[in-house]
Design a protein around this ligand. Structure first.
Ligand code: AMP
Length: 113
């Protein structure tokens, strides 16, 4: 997708710190980490948010979730981690390419919003 910053990251047009990649997903460090470990997992196929998962096939959706657990395991987040996908303006989604925040490395607050 033209003008999508995450598509540009996947294509190498914008630099990123890669954590994991396979045919279907790309995972990289968030540029503005909210926790000691903060990685974004994104599908390589452009869809704007979770509202458009009907544009992904089951394997692509599964690949995202498998990548989430893989990057968390490889980071040694044995105490746990939080996964967030902001979807649309009420959730303050700022980049319209589906992404899963994987947050960990410290105790988090009970409240989520
Ligand atoms: P959201 O607000 O849920 O759409 O999250 C978008 C995330 O993308 C934010 O946490 C940003 O810090 C992150 N972000 C934006 N641009 C970049 C970039 N060039 N490299 C890494 N992370 C980015």
């Amino acid at each position: 997708m033209e003008n999508c910053i995450f598509c540009k990251i996947i294509n190498g047009e914008i630099p990123s710190t890669k954590v994991y990649e396979n045919d279907q997903v790309y995972a990289f460090r968030d540029i503005n980490p909210q926790t000691p470990f903060h990685v974004l997992v994104i599908p390589k196929k452009h869809v704007s948010s979770l509202s458009e998962t009907d544009q992904l096939n089951d394997a692509e959706i599964a690949a995202c979730l498998r990548a989430v657990s893989r990057v968390a395991a490889e980071a040694g987040l044995s105490g746990g981690y939080r996964v967030i996908s902001n979807c649309g303006p009420d959730a303050c989604q700022s980049v319209p390419h589906l992404h899963f925040h994987v947050l960990g490395g410290r105790q988090m607050a009970l409240r989520m919003a």
